[in-house]
Ligand binder design. Sequence first.
Ligand SMILES: Nc1ncnc2c1ncn2[C@@H]1O[C@H](COP(=O)(O)OP(=O)(O)OP(=O)(O)O)[C@@H](O)[C@H]1O
Ligand SMILES: [Mg+2]
Length: 232
Amino acid sequence: MVRGIFITGTDTGVGKTLVAAGIASAFRERGINVGVMKPIHTGCKTRKGTLIPEDSVKLAKSASVEDSLGLITPYSFREPVAPFVAATENNVVINPERIIKSFKTLCKRHEYMIIEGIGGVLVPITQSFYLADLIKRLKLPALIVTRPGLGTINHTMLTINCLKERKTPLIGIVINYSRKGENTLAERSCSETIESLSGIPVIGTIPYISKGKLTGLNPFLKLADGLFDIRC
Ligand SMILES: Nc1ncnc2c1ncn2[C@@H]1O[C@H](COP(=O)(O)OP(=O)(O)OP(=O)(O)O)[C@@H](O)[C@H]1O
Ligand SMILES: [Mg+2]
């Protein structure tokens, strides 16, 4: 059985790449051969006529892998829209089997796989296949990255329900401060409330990282140590 985790989020921009890259580099620091994937990347910039999936570049660097970007990200699109929309615009139909093939190849090369999702769980990949369906096909447990503060209970509960409906095992929730916290009641209470309502543990809170520098203990090391003990 593959060891790995699918990192999804309640929305785009919640910090999936930051968390996935943080965990990948923590694994490397522990000497674990970790592989990464971001199966579909939209909103790619073009360099010398080639589409560059920026999240995938960051993930590969954090995991110190030399796998090709084509394997890490089988589908790249220029348009910053949902995969189904980008694919349709380019007259392409995304084939989940191609993603699964790349995943299997990477699994053979690495001890543990970290996969970053695209937007949230109900982002469409084809007319009738959503990101949550891809997570299910890859047979990986999911970790949900969510925002602190107002609105997060609703977004997190919707995400959890969607994954539970598909019987995807949920490893936990990570609350990520992609902006400076304001110490509001909503921020202070969201972790406990989400845990008590959903029964899913909040396994980490990532502070706002000013100027890309972490101060204090590295929260990703603690997360990574907890994750590697989970067999899936
Ligand atoms: N804890 C944090 N501290 C400071 N900046 C953060 C933090 N988390 C995320 N950011 C910043 O917020 C932005 C969005 O984060 P990130 O790219 O990880 O989100 P994402 O969920 O991967 O987005 P996408 O849906 O586009 O893949 C980035 O500029 C990132 O550097
Ligand atoms: Mg990302």
